[in-house]
Ligand binder design. Structure first.
Ligand code: FE
Length: 291
């Protein structure tokens, strides 16, 4: 028995930051959150002309984690504690904002100057109350450190960012059990993947299409899964015009705590949110030095 499809919803095109084109899988009017996941953005996919690339200028975060996974193009980041770096195709940055920081996320210099392809993901993962005020922390994984697993036939490829697939374990350490898997299915390929039923789970179709429980789901769609089974079955869409299916599979143990959320802060109570705004305005999350 496979997990059921609870809902399928489109990821509409929105702009955020300085004018970054994004397919936002959630929050949406259909789905506000999938505990502990708070947001999933699919940046692009887009081909930018010279001077067209935009980013996310200085902004704070507190109380959760942001996970950036690039497929094409480069993004630079810097924060109020002096941390800076660049992530490119296949790289992952798992940032635990914890007690708070101010950071900027901007397209790489070459992307700004010359234009080019941009595609990536940003996922927000909530933190349990006990971890919300921990010191900010980064895990940076270059593409070479992200294990790739294959099915026996070779028709399914998975990049294992967190969790496990085909016996291969991911490299990220998480506060709660999390699976973050990037599947590529050749036409006709099928997958049965284990997800303990205590974990909430979703699929997001990046390109092509997939079939699940007799239903065909095209790209830019989110599938939230039921919790009634310990596996999920899906396949590349059988539609001959499609070139297989590419998707993210995300699963995690729900935190089951109250969520008080406003903009870049995610806490448990309204009072803690107000404190976050006060701390940010008073400069207690720092500022980014001008270089
Ligand atoms: Fe951010």
């Amino acid at each position: 028995m496979s997990r059921s499809v609870r809902a399928v919803s489109p990821a509409p095109l929105v702009t955020d930051g300085d004018g970054v084109a994004i397919h936002r899988a959630f929050p949406s009017h259909a789905i506000s959150e999938l505990d502990p996941f708070l947001l999933l953005d699919h940046l692009g996919p887009v081909t930018l002309r010279p001077g067209e690339a935009r980013g996310f200028p200085d902004h704070p975060h507190r109380g959760f984690e942001t996970v950036t996974y690039m497929l094409e193009g480069e993004f630079q980041h810097r924060d109020s504690f002096g941390h800076a770096g660049t992530i490119g195709a296949g790289d992952v940055q798992w940032m635990t904002a914890g007690s708070g920081l101010v950071h900027s996320e901007t397209p790489g210099d070459s992307l700004v100057k010359n234009g080019g392809r941009l595609q990536g993901f940003q996922l927000w993962v909530n933190l349990p109350k006990r971890d919300k005020m921990k010191a900010p922390h980064y895990q940076e994984l270059p593409a070479a450190r992200i294990p790739v697993a294959y099915s026996d036939s070779g028709a399914v490829e998975v990049r294992v960012i967190a969790g496990e697939a085909f016996g291969v374990k991911g490299a990220v350490e998480t506060h709660i059990p999390i699976q973050y898997l990037h599947f590529k299915l050749q036409p006709g390929a099928r997958v049965t993947h284990a997800i303990p039923r205590s974990l909430n789970a979703l699929l997001y179709v990046i390109s092509g299409g997939i079939e699940i429980n007799g239903r065909s789901v095209p790209q830019f769609h989110l599938i939230s899964l039921g919790n009634e089974a310990d596996t999920v079955d899906f396949a590349a869409a059988s539609d001959a015009s499609r070139s297989g299916g590419e998707l993210l599979l995300l699963a995690a143990e729900p935190i089951n705590e109250p969520v008080a959320r406003y903009g870049p802060f995610v806490m448990n109570t309204r009072q803690e949110l107000e404190q976050a705004f006060d701390d940010y305005r008073a400069g207690r999350m720092g500022t980014i030095a001008v270089s």
